[in-house]
Design a protein around this ligand. Structure first.
Ligand code: TXA
Ligand code: MG
Length: 333
């Protein structure tokens, strides 16, 4: 591992991008002070410049160097949930260039818990911007092999094994004011709203969760995302397979090809068969296996993937996975 860390550091210091393991999903990393590396993140991923990147840090001290204001709530939440899958959106410091934040005056920051990510961040000594290491709109990678195949072996990947959490971090907008803090979850993840509420209730900070957020404050959240190579179809109620197949073919003729700049995955011809995605009944295990299952089922001869959503998949602990499921779906019944 030591040699791989050195190799990754060398590439990052030369303005290259590197595949970095984290506990959530693999990231495509570049140094925040190397604009050519940041540009390469966008070009390698074919990601539009309107979607800002998360900055990864190795300590709270380092997080403070990329923010304009670090208040008591940021401190409490960082101490409680870092290192781990919580990204906080905070006022951006001057050190962070506008390409990283898509011109916003806020910056997304998290300290990952994967030991190899921390080792790399410490070796480099500068925060690393890293979105998930997949082509824009596609399934996130949860192993080094996923990243290598996504970019045709053109990217060096630090192999940290399979990701433990398996879906991306919770993204939390934090707006501290004199009389308290306003919080909004922009992307659900392993850290739940109830976890955050529990922690903040122990301190005497008034807080409020707000659901509705201005689209400008959350530019990267499109209707479709995470889509596998073949269509995923989510079915919310009992349907006879023949009837379902007919409905699928009908709906595919009706829906647009592109929604909010994301190409919708459609079958090449009429579908005559489908394979079923089955996941663990434990939401933690189901989240861990979700993206790799999508990749596996999408790489063979299958025509499309069907997921039957049932009463098992309800409740806060399933929300983040069901959010990814619905966005990855080409059709929902
Ligand atoms: O778990 C994760 O968060 C992974 C690993 C690699 O850390 N990263 C990840 O990055 O999922 P990405 O780029 O795929 O998703 C980051 C999301 C985007 O939807 C982006 O729009 C949002 O975070 N985001 C980043 N900075 C933001 C900001 N300043 N304001 C609002 N949203 C922001
Ligand atoms: Mg992503």
């Amino acid at each position: 591992m030591k040699r791989d860390i050195q190799q990754a550091k060398y590439l990052l210091d030369s303005g290259e991008v590197v595949g970095m393991p984290t506990e959530t999903v693999y990231g495509l990393a570049a140094r925040i002070d190397m604009p050519e590396g940041i540009k390469k993140i966008f070009s390698t991923k074919e990601r539009p410049f309107f979607d800002p990147l998360i900055v990864h840090v190795s300590s709270i001290e380092q997080a403070k160097t990329v923010t304009a204001y670090w208040g008591s709530v940021a401190q409490i939440l960082a101490q409680s949930f870092w290192p781990g899958p919580l990204t906080m959106i905070l006022p951006k410091g001057d050190r962070v260039n506008e390409m990283i934040t898509s011109g916003l005056d806020s910056v997304g920051i998290r300290m990952p818990s994967h030991p190899a990510a921390l080792e790399l961040l410490n070796a480099v000594g500068t925060p690393l911007a890293a979105p998930s290491a997949n082509k824009f709109g596609k399934t996130s990678p949860t192993s080094a092999e996923h990243v290598k195949s996504e970019f045709n072996n053109q990217v060096f990947v630090l192999d940290g094994g399979a990701c433990e959490v398996g879906i991306e971090s919770t993204v939390l907008l934090v707006k501290e004011k004199q009389n308290g803090v306003m919080l909004s979850i922009l992307r659900k993840g392993h850290v739940l709203q109830s976890d955050i509420q529990k922690v903040l209730s122990q301190y005497s900070v008034p807080f409020e969760f707000v659901d509705k957020v201005d689209k400008k404050e959350s530019p990267g959240h499109m209707k479709h995302h995470y889509m596998p190579e073949i269509p995923l179809i989510v079915v919310n109620h009992q349907m006879h397979p023949t009837d379902l197949m007919q409905q699928i073919n009908k709906r595919f003729r009706e829906i647009p090809d592109v929604v909010e700049e994301v190409k919708i995955i459609k079958p090449n011809e009429q579908i005559t068969d489908f394979t079923v995605l089955s996941l663990s009944e434990d939401p933690l295990i189901a989240s861990r296996e979700f993206y790799s299952q999508l990749r596996k089922l999408g790489s063979g001869k299958n025509q499309c993937i069907v997921f039957y959503k049932t009463s098992v998949h309800q409740g806060e602990r399933w929300d983040s996975l069901m959010d990814r499921m619905n966005k990855a779906a080409s059709l929902i019944f």
